[in-house]
Design a protein around this ligand. Structure first.
Ligand code: GUN
Ligand code: ZN
Length: 425
C-alpha cells in the first residue's frame, strides 16, 4: 500500500487539557505524519519518522501546523442559505427564517444542492466531520449522507422530528417520525463513515407521544446517538414549562421519555438548574457549546466550567451560528469564557474543536487525534494567513503564542491543506 508522509509542525492531544493541563498536548516543531490506507500509521519528530518510512511519498508543508480536522458537533446544514439572518431571537428566528427555508427540503434536488454547498464551505474551513440536523423530510437525510459519502467524510445526521408548533408542510406525526427515522437508520447507520442520529428537534415541537416513540426507537438502537436542544433561551424555557406543566424542568421533558443517557447530545445547555447539571453529570451526557449562535441569537453565555466534569463539544450551530468556521467559533468561545471568568488556553480551544468534539460524539477513538490507528482526517494551518496575523505571530515565542492569533483572527484563508480519510482534497 502507498504511504504518504506529511512534514510540518504537528500538534495533537494525548489527553484532555481541561483535566490534565498542558501535559495533554503533543507538539513537534519539525514533525511528520505517515498515512496509509486512510489511517495514520505513524506520528512523531521528522528525524525519526522519516528514516523509518524511506519509501513514503513526502509532502513538505514547511512550518504549517498539522492538526486533526475540525469536528463540528452541532449544525443545521439546511440553514446554510439563511445564515446571518437579521434581528430575531430564537422562536421568532425559527418561525421567520428557519422553518420557511426547511420546508424546501422535501425536494431532493434542492436538498442535494444545499448539502453539496454546505460540505464545500465547511471543508474549505478545515471541518472534516459534522453532526447535523436535517429537516423532517427523509430526502434531506439521504441528500446529506450521499454528499458526505461521495467525499469520503465521516458524518452524522438524523431526520429532525417535529409534530407540533411548526408550520404546515413541516410536521410529521409520532408514528411517521418513528417509521421514517427507523428506515433511515437501517439504511445508513454504519455505512462507510456515516452514522444516524435520532433527532427530536426540541421538546416544544414534539408531542409527548412523539418523544415517547423516539425514546422507544433509541432503546431499540442504543448504539446510536440522540441529539436535541436544551435550555437555549429563557423564553424557550418558559414555553417548555407551559407545554409540560408536570415536568421537573426542561431536561425532565426528555428524561421522562427515555431521551437521556450517555449517548445523548444536548445543544446549547446554557440556563441549567442544579438538578439538571446533577442528572447530566450522573449520565455523562454530552453538552455542545455553540458560542457564535448563542451571541448571534442572544441566548446567553455557556459555562465552560462544565468541561471539568462532562463531555463538551464545540459547534458552529449553522445557521443560528454566524459562521461556518471552527476558528471563528473558537474565538467566540474564548470571548464567552472571558465573560464568565474562564480564560480558555489555546490548547483547550483547539482540543474542544478536535478531540473534545470527537469525544462528545463518541468518536474519540476514530477521529480528532493524530496518533497511529486514527482515521487520517488532517488539516494544515497557515499561522500567517493575513498580514495582521503574520505580524503578531512573528513575535511568538511558544507554539501557543504562535497559534492564538490564528484562533482569534483566522478564517478559511488559514486552511492551506485538508486530507479526508488520507486523501488530499
Ligand atoms: N432550537 C430548536 N431548533 C433550533 C435551531 O434550528 N437552531 C437553534 N439555534 N436552536 C434551535
Ligand atoms: Zn441547533
Amino acid at each position: 500500500m502507498t504511504k504518504n508522509l506529511l512534514l510540518g509542525q504537528v500538534l495533537s492531544f494525548s489527553g484532555d487539557p481541561f483535566r490534565q493541563g498542558l501535559e495533554a498536548a503533543v507538539h513537534h516543531t519539525h514533525g511528520a505524519i505517515v498515512i496509509e490506507g486512510g489511517k495514520i500509521l505513524d506520528v512523531g519528530p521528522a528525524d525519526t519518522i522519516r528514516p523509518a518510512h524511506p519509501t513514503a511519498n513526502v509532502t513538505d508543508l514547511g512550518d504549517k501546523l498539522l492538526l486533526p480536522g475540525f469536528v463540528d458537533a452541532h449544525v443545521h446544514y439546511p440553514q446554510t442559505a439563511i445564515i446571518a439572518s437579521w434581528g430575531k431571537r430564537l422562536i421568532e428566528w425559527l418561525n421567520t427564517y428557519t422553518f420557511p427555508e426547511e420546508t424546501r427540503f422535501g425536494d431532493p434536488e434542492y436538498a442535494s444542492e444545499i448539502a453539496s454547498r454546505y460540505f464545500d464551505l465547511t471543508l474549505s474551513c478545515g471541518t472534516t466531520t459534522v453532526c447535523s440536523y436535517a429537516t423532517i423530510h427523509p430526502e434531506s437525510v439521504t441528500a446529506f449522507f450521499e454528499q458526505a459519502q461521495s467525499r469520503g467524510l465521516r458524518a452524522l445526521t438524523g431526520k429532525t422530528c417535529m409534530d407540533r408548533n411548526a408550520p404546515d408542510g413541516l410536521r410529521d406525526t409520532a408514528q411517521s417520525a418513528y417509521n421514517d427515522s427507523k428506515a433511515l437508520l437501517n439504511t445508513w447507520h454504519g455505512v462507510d463513515r456515516l452514522s444516524y442520529v435520532i433527532t427530536p428537534r426540541f421538546s416544544p415541537t414534539s408531542s409527548p407521544d412523539q418523544l415517547q416513540a423516539l425514546g422507544a426507537l433509541w432503546a431499540e438502537h442504543p448504539d446510536c446517538l440522540m441529539q436535541t436542544h436544551l435550555s437555549e433561551q429563557l423564553d424557550e424555557i418558559e414555553w417548555v414549562k407551559s407545554l409540560f406543566p408536570a415536568a421537573k424542568d426542561y431536561l425532565d421533558t426528555y428524561e421522562q421519555f427515555g431521551l437521556m443517557g450517555e449517548k445523548a447530545l444536548f445543544g446549547h445547555a446554557i440556563h441549567l438548574t442544579p438538578r439538571e447539571i446533577a442528572q447530566l453529570s450522573e449520565h455523562q451526557s454530552s453538552l455542545v457549546h455553540c458560542p457564535t449562535s448563542n451571541m448571534f441569537i442572544g441566548s446567553g453565555l455557556f459555562d465552560i466550567g462544565h468541561a471539568q466534569h462532562l463531555p463538551v463539544g464545540l459547534a458552529t450551530d449553522t445557521g443560528g451560528g454566524s459562521n461556518f468556521s471552527m476558528l471563528r467559533t473558537m474565538a467566540a468561545s474564548y470571548e464567552v469564557g472571558q465573560l464568565r471568568g474562564h480564560s480558555l488556553h489555546p490548547a483547550q480551544l483547539l482540543w474542544l474543536a478536535t478531540a473534545g468534539s470527537a469525544k462528545a460524539l463518541h468518536l474519540g477513538d476514530k477521529i480528532g487525534t493524530l496518533a497511529p490507528g486514527y482515521e487520517a482526517d488532517i488539516i494544515a494551518l497557515d499561522l500567517a494567513s493575513t498580514p495582521a496575523i503574520a505580524q503578531r505571530a512573528a513575535r511568538a515565542e511558544t507554539i501557543w503564542e504562535q497559534v492564538f492569533p490564528t484562533i482569534m483572527m483566522g478564517d478559511d484563508r488559514a486552511i492551506s491543506g485538508v486530507w479526508v480519510n488520507g486523501k488530499a482534497i
